[in-house]
Design a protein around this ligand. Structure first.
Ligand code: GLN
Length: 211
């Protein structure tokens, strides 16, 4: 995979964006810390990190990111949200109800593991391109995906519940792959970005692209 041909942004308003930048570097991709919406023009994909979703939402509104991210998505550029990033990308959010971008058709409940299991690690498995791969999953005050829309593919489960999912150019995980040394999930996102960039370069409209 020719990862040196793409640049991937990491939304750097709050949260663990530097860990994502390091994870991208391990995949051979140049990471760009995005602090202003204008910078989205320079990147082929964007990671929305974990953190505190209400704080991130406030900053996104203040800095004018909401419309810019919807436009970024409409252009077929991939987005990957982990934990709070997933909460921002979801269609519906509960506990409490709050605004979300609605770019992936899932319903999530914030902080849904209760006090005893607020944060935990477990060995799980993700199914990428039809192949199951073991990965370590780190959950930190994680949300739970309570509803998965018809167009959404579940890529990993913890027990019976989806913990990683994809709809077209949007990938989400309730856990934090950037907190382990395993590059599997970031490599998968990088390959989504490389393919999408190649299609844009070839002039294929996003709605016709089979992602
Ligand atoms: N609990 C946070 C929220 O609801 C998310 C935690 C995380 O990103 N690790 O916003």
């Amino acid at each position: 995979m020719a990862t040196d041909v793409v640049r991937i942004g990491v939304l750097a308003l709050q949260g663990d964006f530097d860990r994502h930048a390091k994870a991208l570097a391990r995949c051979g991709v140049e990471a760009v810390e995005v602090r202003k919406p204008e910078q989205l023009a320079d990147v082929d994909g964007l990671i929305m990190p974990g953190g505190e979703s209400t704080t991130l939402l406030k900053l996104m509104h203040e800095w004018g990111f909401v419309g810019a991210l919807q436009q970024f998505h409409a252009e077929g550029r991939p987005l990957f949200g982990t934990c709070a990033g997933l909460i921002l990308l979801a269609r519906d959010v509960e506990n409490p109800r709050q605004f979300a971008l609605g770019l992936i058709d899932v319903g999530v409940e914030r902080n849904a593991y209760g006090r005893q299991r607020e944060s935990f690690e477990t060995q799980g498995s993700v199914t990428l391109d039809g192949r199951a791969t073991p990965v370590e999953m780190v959950f930190i005050r994680a949300p739970r995906i309570r509803r998965v829309g018809a167009g959404v593919e579940t890529l990993a489960r913890h027990g019976d519940e989806p913990v990683m999912a994809r709809q077209g150019s949007v990938l989400v995980a309730t856990f934090h792959p950037e907190l382990t040394d395993d590059p599997t999930v970031h490599q998968y996102f990088c390959s989504m970005v490389v393919r999408a960039a190649a299609r844009r370069g070839a002039g294929v409209p996003p709605c016709e692209a089979s992602l």
